[in-house]
Ligand binder design. Structure first.
Ligand code: AMP
Length: 113
């Protein structure tokens, strides 16, 4: 499993840092965002370290990532939700371990800022 020493999400996945876990399986981990932007704000991430979407060549992993996002949204009873994948500093990416934000529980405006 790819790991990055200075990655906060790798540390959370390895249980070296605390987080609010929603679910996890062999490949994917879902936690609650520490600074939620909606009543439900989850982060879905692969266990394996990949910096971001721009550097991910693994179509199967991306498929499982989005499947997991849809499944947790269903489990959380979100009839509408938004998925966001920030890629690169200018997009707002602040943690360089691929993750999908799943936001729901309120009306969301478009376009985003
Ligand atoms: P991004 O800015 O797209 O890279 O998203 C990173 C997200 O991780 C932000 O929404 C942060 O609030 C969230 N975050 C940072 N540290 C933690 C942590 N220790 N536990 C849970 N969420 C975190």
């Amino acid at each position: 499993m790819a790991r990055e020493d200075n990655c906060i999400f790798c540390k959370i996945i390895d249980k070296k840092l605390p987080a609010s876990f929603v679910t996890e399986d062999d490949d994917m981990v879902v936690i609650r965002d520490i600074n939620p932007q909606a009543p439900t704000h989850l982060l879905v991430m692969p266990r394996s370290h990949v910096r971001n979407l721009g550097e991910c060549e693994d179509a199967e992993l991306l498929g499982r990532l989005f499947q997991t996002a849809a499944r947790v949204a269903r489990d959380q009873k979100l009839s509408s939700f938004r998925t966001v994948v920030n890629t690169g500093p200018q997009s707002g990416q602040s943690v360089f371990h691929l993750h999908i934000h799943v936001l729901g529980g309120r009306s969301l405006r478009w376009p985003p800022g």
